[in-house]
Design a protein around this ligand. Structure first.
Ligand SMILES: Cc1ncc(COP(=O)(O)OP(=O)(O)O)c(N)n1
Ligand SMILES: Cc1nc(C(=O)O)sc1CCOP(=O)(O)O
Ligand SMILES: [Mg+2]
Length: 219
């Protein structure tokens, strides 16, 4: 099998937020966003219990139908449960206070995608010391302050992102308060992609929002 190449799925990375999608369902917003060109989907819902999150992940995977990788935020157990239900799910994104990435890799196996958040030179150094193949990409933010994640790390700005990305041994996807205006500067700053929540989940037309972000990324 083998894992997908990060350059194929990082360019426009959608992280879902159930409340921001409402009154539309998350799978509905995800399906529209994929038709607009989203290249990866991460299911993130901090309010959902384990059972609810498995159901949501399975429903999103069904809507995606293998077109792009589907990951889940934080929850290795939910990833395994969705797979046990036969869903096409591809990996887990963990942060600095979640289960350590090396342990996640041991649990999910070599065919799954493992993403890790990193926001400081110290966190980049620790990540660089991990055995090759432990982590597939880094989620780097917050680029800008955002109300979507009230406990986000200190804003880096585009320049701060560029400084960190220049030291990275892994592809970096930028996250936090990103709009279309940031896409080209972040690409020049070394980003392998942009990850967004509200720019798509809260958009009146998620397909159009995704299309505009991808156009900005490719411009
Ligand atoms: C692509 C991507 N990058 C960063 C994050 C943030 O993850 P984490 O630090 O674990 O914070 P929470 O999302 O769990 O609040 C992410 N989810 N995705
Ligand atoms: C999930 C997440 N992680 C962040 C980080 O900085 O690690 S910022 C964030 C939320 C990004 O939402 P929006 O695109 O609506 O600003
Ligand atoms: Mg987390």
């Amino acid at each position: 099998m083998g894992r997908p190449d990060p350059s194929s799925y990082l360019p426009l990375y959608l992280v879902t937020d159930t409340a921001l999608c409402s009154p539309r369902s998350v799978p509905e917003v995800v399906a529209a966003a994929i038709s607009g060109g989203v290249t990866c989907v991460q299911v993130r819902d901090k309010q959902a219990g384990g059972r609810e999150l498995v159901d949501l992940l399975v429903a999103v995977a069904a809507a995606v139908d293998g077109r792009v990788p589907v990951l889940v935020d934080d929850r290795v157990d939910v990833f395994l449960a969705a797979r046990a239900r036969g869903a096409q799910v591809h990996g887990v994104h963990v942060g600095q206070s979640d289960i350590p990435a090396a342990l996640v890799r041991e649990i999910v196996g070599v065919d799954a995608v493992v993403g890790l958040s990193a926001a400081t030179p110290e966190q980049f150094a620790v990540t660089a010391a991990l055995p090759t193949g432990t982590v597939d990409y880094l989620g780097v933010g917050a680029v800008h302050a955002t109300s979507t994640k009230p406990d986000h790390p200190a804003p880096l700005g585009i320049d701060g992102f560029a400084h960190l990305a220049a030291t990275a041994h892994l592809p970096c996807v930028a996250i936090g308060g990103i709009s279309g205006a940031d896409a080209a500067p972040l690409r020049r700053a070394g980003a392998a992609g942009i990850a967004v929540v509200s720019a798509i989940c809260a958009a009146p037309t998620p397909a159009g929002a995704a299309r505009a972000l991808l156009t900005a990324w490719n411009s």
